[in-house]
Design a protein around this ligand. Sequence first.
Ligand code: HEC
Length: 143
Amino acid sequence: MTGLTLTAAAILATALALPAGAQTVVATGLYLPPMNAAAGRKLFASKGCVVCHSINGVGGTDAPKLDASTMKSPMDPFDFAAKMWHGAPAMIAMQQSELGAQIQFTGDELADIIAFAHDPAEQKKFSEADIPPNIKKHMMEGK
Ligand code: HEC
């Protein structure tokens, strides 16, 4: 009994000792990055997703809304990436014509954007003020 309790305590201590935003090892040779919805809110705007997709009523109407209420919950983040892959031909063609190039991002950035797409509280904070001028310019062109 004492041994079990000690083991449980050791596991808890290890979990608590992990710094916030630490990588989570999920399988041999693989980890999941931290998924930061607040950073994702900024990236959703600065990367240009907002030109076509809206969240919290802010953004373009050329593509499906990405409000958390439209997402399966809880959701496997890879399913979000798979949906992007499924929509990729139309999305990339449109990015090339509306933004002049295909949007590029790192895995960590995509993880943050996916976190934002599933976080209703963070989405409530999303406003026009999050959209940088270079992206706003593209949104005006579409109008
Ligand atoms: C230039 C316009 C445009 C931009 C910019 C854009 N998308 Fe899209 N996206 C689309 C269109 C159009 C579709 C629908 C494609 C289809 O149904 O074939 C789509 C589909 C998707 C889907 C699948 C939605 C569903 O319900 O199946 C996801 C997820 C998505 N986009 C995420 C993103 C993210 C994240 C970004 C920014 C990194 C982004 N998109 C940038 C136009 C865009």
